[in-house]
Design a protein around this ligand. Structure first.
Ligand code: URA
Length: 277
């Protein structure tokens, strides 16, 4: 493959090896458009953009704890998004500006699972838009991946849908911001887990990248340190799952960036091997 100058510069800066088989990214902007493709013609107009404001949510002062919609396990994307937006099943609903659902291709081959929204995500309603998101985007770009569709792949200016092999889907274990960016608590993870499980079931990814210990705890039920779990292929309900460091951790521990890059290369190799099989 050919690396763009930008990729090479970035990777060199990180001191990491190149994974040779991936086409260079074409850059882009885009949005998730599942409903537009999958809703029948008589269905109500689809929400075309993960950045769109969420369904009307009650003000914090009006929220009571304890309600999560039932039947999450059989919801379609629209119902799931609405259920997340209306969820008051744990105390995090009290402090959120909005829920942070997920972004990317609704049938992406790569699904990235992070931890929880931070301040920027809570403001913008999209996962990984802060500093750690920039690092994540750069690392994905180095593999020819993006949360967005490329313009040339898009199906329309308003709501492009990209190549599912190149446009990833990103979701968090928690859909609401923990106050002060503290760690998720067990009851919060438990209440939010059905949403993530349903997102995975709808995306049907070929590969899951679990970033950080809370994603790993949720998906692998393991509290082993990341350092002991990374470097091999795990399975989540039969889907290959690669464990790697959380980007926020990498921003504080630059020396582990090379290991994180190795993890991404392992993920890409795993997917490539699957495609060949
Ligand atoms: N960290 C995460 O795990 N998820 C986000 O969306 C932002 C920061």
């Amino acid at each position: 493959m050919r690396w763009t100058e930008r990729q090479v510069a970035m990777l060199a800066e990180m001191g990491i090896r190149l994974w040779p088989d991936v086409p260079a990214p074409q850059g882009a902007s885009a949005v998730e458009v599942l409903e537009r493709r999958e809703n029948p013609p008589e269905a109500p107009p689809a929400r075309s953009d993960d950045r769109a404001p969420p369904a009307v949510e009650p003000r914090a002062s009006e929220r009571a704890i304890g309600a999560r919609a039932t039947g999450v396990e059989s919801m379609d994307w629209t119902a799931l998004r609405d259920a997340v937006a209306a969820c008051t099943a744990c105390k995090l609903c009290k402090g959120r500006r909005q829920t942070v659902f997920g972004i990317g291709h609704p049938r992406a081959q790569w699904m990235i699972v992070g931890e929880a929204p931070g301040e920027q995500e809570d403001i913008q309603g999209e996962p990984f838009v802060g500093k750690s998101g920039q690092l994540l985007d750069n690392m994905l770009r180095a593999l020819g991946l993006s949360r967005h569709a490329t313009p040339s792949q898009g199906q329309g200016a308003a709501a492009p849908l990209g190549d599912p092999a190149r446009q990833v889907y990103i979701a968090n274990t928690l859909k609401c911001r923990p106050p002060g960016n503290r760690n998720p608590e067990p009851d919060e993870l438990a209440q939010c887990e059905p949403f993530l499980i349903r997102q995975i079931a709808l995306v049907q990814p070929k590969l899951i990248l679990a970033m950080g210990r809370f994603a790993v705890q949720s998906l692998l039920r393991s509290s082993e340190p990341i350092g002991r779990l990374r470097g091999r292929v795990h399975r989540y309900q039969g889907v290959p799952l690669i464990v790697t460091y959380h980007p926020a951790y990498l921003l504080r521990n630059l020396e582990d960036k090379a290991r994180a890059w190795d993890d991404l290369c392992l993920a890409a190799d795993t997917l490539a091997a699957l495609e060949r099989a």
